[in-house]
Design a protein around this ligand. Structure first.
Ligand SMILES: C[S@@+](CC[C@H](N)C(=O)[O-])C[C@H]1O[C@@H](n2cnc3c(N)ncnc32)[C@H](O)[C@@H]1O
Length: 269
């Protein structure tokens, strides 16, 4: 590890509880997974003439996936309005934007670890409340205080122990009768879509990554391993059991598109 990297990591670690990061770059904290660089993605989206959300959808070969997910979440939950919403790892805010306009909450708090995406979100979605983020807990959110807590494509991509902790935290912060929802990368169960998934994550993503930049290449490279690893340790039925153990009831699951994404939704007892 270089001296610069060590200093960056130390400064960021000290600042993290405040919710600010002075030094750009990826964290050395094992609980925090690096994400795509905001600057590059925003630039690529501009060149493609798309919003950042649409660009991310089409890049991951899932045009319309964000809208499909949010529609499924809202339909499954029956939510038409919410006072208080909490989201973990919003990244570009592509889900936040849609939830904000569908539910018009009075408070929408986020826990995000990437300094460049935090800066982007502060500019694009100034109504968001940025909570100090330690990468493991929802420490600034009181128990039983939110109507909806949700996260997208985070739990299967961060370290397993961190994901388990977040599940407990999500169940803690939601009020009784409130909604807990997550969209995860899925492993398509049927042979043909599964073969397509293997091809896409094994060849398509890494090659596309090489073409457009280091960030995508890294993501294409590690995503496949981390998703497989997550499902090997925590198959879907075990995941659902953990949600129930955490106090989430009436759980429903919907596979999206070819099964590459799974929406899990439940209600707090
Ligand atoms: C795979 S991205 C998904 C982003 C967004 N939810 C979406 O689907 O477009 C995961 C996001 O979570 C953030 N993240 C990584 N580790 C985290 C952690 N331990 N706690 C909170 N956010 C984290 C990343 O910076 C990134 O923005």
């Amino acid at each position: 590890m270089s001296v610069r990297h060590t200093i960056n990591a130390a400064v960021n670690k000290g600042l993290r509880p405040t919710g600010f990061q002075l030094v750009r770059g990826h964290s050395a904290d094992p609980a925090i997974s690096a994400f795509l660089p905001a600057k590059r993605i925003v630039k690529q989206a501009g060149r493609a003439g798309q919003s950042v959300g649409d660009y991310l959808d089409s890049y991951s070969a899932e045009p319309g996936a964000t809208a499909e997910t949010v529609e499924a979440m809202l339909e499954l939950s029956g939510l038409t309005t919410a006072e208080r919403v909490c989201e973990i790892g919003p990244g570009s805010g592509r889900y936040s934007t849609r939830i904000l306009s569908a539910l018009r909450p009075t408070s929408y708090e986020v826990y995000e670890t990437a300094p460049d995406w935090i800066a982007y979100l502060r500019q694009e979605l100034p109504s968001l409340v940025f909570r100090p983020t330690d990468g493991k807990t929802l420490g600034s959110t009181p128990s039983a205080s939110v109507d909806l807590v949700h996260t997208h494509k985070l739990l299967s991509y961060i370290p397993f122990v961190t994901a388990l902790g977040y599940l407990d935290e999500m169940a803690r912060v939601v009020r009784s009768g409130g909604t807990v929802a997550s969209l995860e990368f899925g492993l398509p169960p049927a042979p043909l879509p599964r073969a397509a998934w293997e091809l896409y994550t094994g060849i398509g993503l890494p090659v596309a990554g090489l073409a457009i930049g280091k960030g995508w290449h890294e993501v294409g490279g590690f995503l496949r391993g981390s998703i497989r690893d997550f499902y090997a340790r925590l198959p879907l039925d075990r995941q659902l059991a953990l949600w129930r153990e955490a106090g989430v009831d009436d759980i429903r699951v919907r596979r999206l598109s070819l099964g590459g994404g799974i929406v899990i939704w439940g209600r707090r007892e």
